[in-house]
Design a binder for this molecule. Structure first.
Ligand code: ATP
Ligand code: MG
Length: 422
């Protein structure tokens, strides 16, 4: 029969990589929690309306990339393309935004109908933090500082921080109109994506990677000319504080985000290791989102780490070697209870050991060879003689020594010294 394959762009990780993913996720969560962020769990399916109102109807995400479908009762639902809107919706609904400042984190899969390529999937994983009710720029400073320390801790290869200030919704609108007016007569010289964005999502043209489009943009109006003075002052203050913390950064005047809700400071973390999908973390401030979702006027900021890309930027040798592995083989089914008991004792004494308990596959010699290939460290073989004499056959598979007959206590002692060395 024809094999069934995974859906294009779906997120799937094999066991040897999944270990590294889990280890990285744990490290990141531990960092978030050390800054007093608390976990919130959010649904994967939401009303489509949530994303129309937040991310924006004319953005690529909502326009082209959403997995939307009709529910049985005829409502439009969508798989979440991002978590910021869901998180704030939930915080408003749970009443958290009435309780004073909040620091929240969540992680999980997001869904966007994009062309799958290295670092870009249709189902991808994000780890994010969001903070509500902090009026000053200090919260961005804390977030940038947290991310800087986190990425150093993860051993990332030269992460680069780029920042920009978008100003208010109003200044973004004024700039967008001016940019449209400037580019309309030049439409034919723009790349196709930018031509499409000209009428709907003009700001995002700044994001174009096309060199001809970038050349035209250089001669056009600049976003910073439209940003209000108080936003510029806050931006200067933030830059100064980031410098004082010795965090290197670049100012990227063309940095705009693909989501409508941002204002003032936006930033991205990039890595040259990643090829063209080089942004592995992105965030900023979004003070108008709460009101758009029917909540109170509340300030908000956050960032999302794209784990699929982050994993590509972590050097392989920064992962812990996996736990040591032992296998107990019984040569006859009637020894089942004896072996099970031994396995239980090993598991309770050595929690850092992986204990596998199974019967003989067919040929002992071949099975031992296979265990070495699967990087097992030790094996215990239980046959008639062993059980009668209470001397178990033990072999350290990492050494070329022969197997030896040892008492249970002797084996436990060897394992103890061995695991202590780690
Ligand atoms: P891009 O410009 O690369 O499409 P974006 O601006 O759409 O990114 P955000 O919505 O800000 O991305 O998402 C935050 C992070 O999530 C990105 O920086 C990236 O690391 C990750 N991300 C976004 N889309 C994808 C995807 N399709 N596959 C894998 N990771 C993604
Ligand atoms: Mg995108």
């Amino acid at each position: 029969m024809k094999k069934i394959q995974k859906i294009r762009g779906a997120h799937e990780i094999n066991p040897s990589e999944a270990k590294n993913w889990s280890e990285t996720t744990k490290k990141i969560i531990s960092f978030f929690e050390s800054y007093s962020y608390e976990e919130i769990r959010l649904p994967i399916i939401e009303n489509t309306d949530l994303f129309l109102r937040s991310v924006g109807e004319e953005t690529d995400i909502v326009n082209k990339e959403m997995f939307s479908f009709e529910s049985k009762s005829g409502k439009s639902l969508s798989l979440r393309p991002e978590g910021t809107a869901s998180c704030l919706r939930a915080a408003i609904e749970m009443g958290l935004t009435d309780l004073g400042p909040q620091r929240l984190y969540y992680h999980g899969p997001m869904y966007r109908y994009e062309r799958p390529q290295k670092g870009r999937n249709r189902e991808f994983y994000q780890l994010s933090i969001e903070a509500y009710g902090f009026k000053k720029f200090n919260i961005e400073l804390e977030m940038i500082d947290l991310s800087y320390k986190l990425f150093s801790h993860l051993n990332l290869f030269e992460p680069i921080l780029e920042i920009n200030s978008l100003g208010s919704e109003n200044s973004q609108k004024k700039f967008s109109d001016a940019l449209k007016e400037y580019l309309l007569p030049l439409k034919d010289q723009l790349d196709l994506d930018s031509q499409r964005r000209l009428s709907s999502n003009t700001l995002r043209i700044l994001d174009s990677k096309n060199p001809e489009t970038q050349k035209l943009l250089k001669k056009g109006p600049k976003l910073s000319q439209f940003v209000e003075t108080h936003s510029l002052e806050k931006f200067e203050e933030l830059k100064d504080k980031i410098s004082k913390k010795n965090i290197p950064f670049l100012i990227n005047e063309n940095l705009v985000r693909g989501l409508d809700y941002y204002n003032d400071v936006v930033y991205e973390w990039k890595s040259n290791q990643l090829g063209s999908q080089n942004t592995f973390c992105a965030g900023g401030r979004y003070d108008s989102l709460s009101k758009k979702l029917g909540g109170r006027d509340i300030s908000a900021a956050g960032f999302s780490i794209g784990l699929d890309r982050l994993m590509l930027a972590i050097p392989d040798d920064s992962f812990k070697t996996s736990r040591k592995k032992i296998m107990i083989i019984i040569l006859e089914d009637s020894f089942y209870s004896f072996g099970a008991n031994l396995a239980d004792k090993l598991r309770s004494q050595f929690q850092e050991l992986s204990v596998r308990y199974d019967g003989l596959e067919s040929n002992l010699k071949a099975q031992l060879k296979k265990l070495i290939k699967e990087s097992y460290d030790f094996v215990i073989i239980l046959g008639k003689e062993e059980i009668k004499n209470k001397l178990l056959s033990f072999k350290d598979l990492t050494k070329s020594e022969n197997q030896v007959s040892l008492s249970e206590q002797e084996i436990f002692k060897i394992l103890e010294t061995n695991l202590k060395d780690e």
